[in-house]
Design a protein around this ligand. Structure first.
Ligand code: FUB
Length: 321
């Protein structure tokens, strides 16, 4: 009996220990093909909004995922479909979400504008809950301005309450200022509506965060179907830049995965709980669409620079708020 109790105690002890250091495992979402993951924390819940990474003509819906601890994810299906945006013909890409006054504004692009289609570009829909139901969506940037394809938008809220949208493919990045309704744009102080802020080597996938008064601007470089896809960053004193390239922080690791890029950053409850959410191609995969969503720790060095991400198969430790 004593022996049984001892075995039970040891087993329980081991279980308790395992739970506190449980790693979430990469890739997330059972390895389903999801790319361009936008991670956002909303009301102490982690949310990830990705692209369904299949041939363009099959990309006609968005799913999203929520988690209380990074380990267990709930899938919310079809949050955006052609029912929300009848102009959608293909290539529903790179959603990004932000909450203002309790409403979630979901931005995404449709139709790979500038290639086969002229109608499409960056759209927005709004909902009371991050998983929807979402309002009908509308196209808010369709033109190609400064050579930037209207895709890959990211909305950043600055400390003064301004909301800026950074966006653009085809090696050009623009920024615009959102109006109160989060669906229209207003002029900058100098009267201009659009500023080009393209850093060296930029291709697509902009992301911005502010930490300790500094603006960390990040983007993807290379070709998303190929091994040279990666993420680099700049540190600036203003949301307008200039964004001087510091270096790469995410790239192919031949032992783990290739073509890692189009990332976002989420922050957990602790002061240094920074997570990079990104996609990569599994080792040995030859289909450019075979992109899976992963998460790894992001570390700021004492001098404020970002330590290059170590991609893993384990992912990060579960971290509830
Ligand atoms: O997933 C479609 C496109 O691939 C995205 O818009 C780009 O950033 C690249 O990841």
């Amino acid at each position: 009996m004593k022996k049984f109790a001892l075995i039970a105690a040891v087993t329980l002890g081991l279980c308790a220990c395992k739970n506190t250091t449980q790693t979430v495992g990469n890739p997330l979402f059972n390895g389903e093909w999801y790319a361009d993951p936008e991670g956002v924390v909303i009301d102490s819940t982690y949310w990830i909004f990705p692209t369904w990474s299949k041939p363009f003509e099959e990309q006609l819906f968005l799913d999203c995922f929520s988690s209380k601890d990074l380990a267990t994810w709930t899938k919310h299906e079809n949050i955006i479909t052609t029912a929300h945006i009848p102009e959608l013909k293909e290539a529903l890409w790179a959603p990004s979400a932000i909450v203002k006054d309790g409403k979630t504004y979901l931005y995404f692009s449709i139709n790979n504008v500038g290639k086969k289609h002229t109608i499409g570009g960056i759209c927005v829909a709004v909902a009371d809950n991050p998983a929807g139901p979402y309002s009908p969506a509308k196209i808010i940037i369709q033109d190609i301005i400064n050579g930037a394809q209207p895709i890959d938008q990211f909305v950043f809220k600055d400390d003064d309450g301004s909301y800026y949208m950074y966006y653009g493919g085809w090696k050009h990045c623009n920024m615009m200022k959102l109006g109160e309704d989060m669906m229209s744009f207003v002029p900058f102080e100098d009267g201009s509506m659009v500023k080009e802020v393209t850093p060296e080597n930029y291709v697509e996938g902009p992301f911005m965060l502010k930490k300790d008064g500094k603006y960390y601007f990040m983007w993807s470089e290379g070709k998303w179907r190929e091994d040279n896809y990666c993420v680099a960053y700049a540190i600036a004193d203003s949301p307008f830049g200039p964004f001087e390239r510091v270096g790469k922080i995410l790239e192919t690791d031949p032992e783990i995965g290739t073509g890692a890029g189009h990332h976002s950053v989420m922050k957990g409850p602790g002061a240094e709980d920074w997570y990079m959410v990104y996609h990569r191609h599994p080792l040995g995969s030859s289909d450019g669409n075979h992109r899976v969503t992963c998460i790894d720790k992001m570390i700021f060095e004492e001098d404020g620079t970002i330590r290059p991400i170590k991609m893993t198969f384990e992912g990060v430790t579960a971290n509830p708020f």
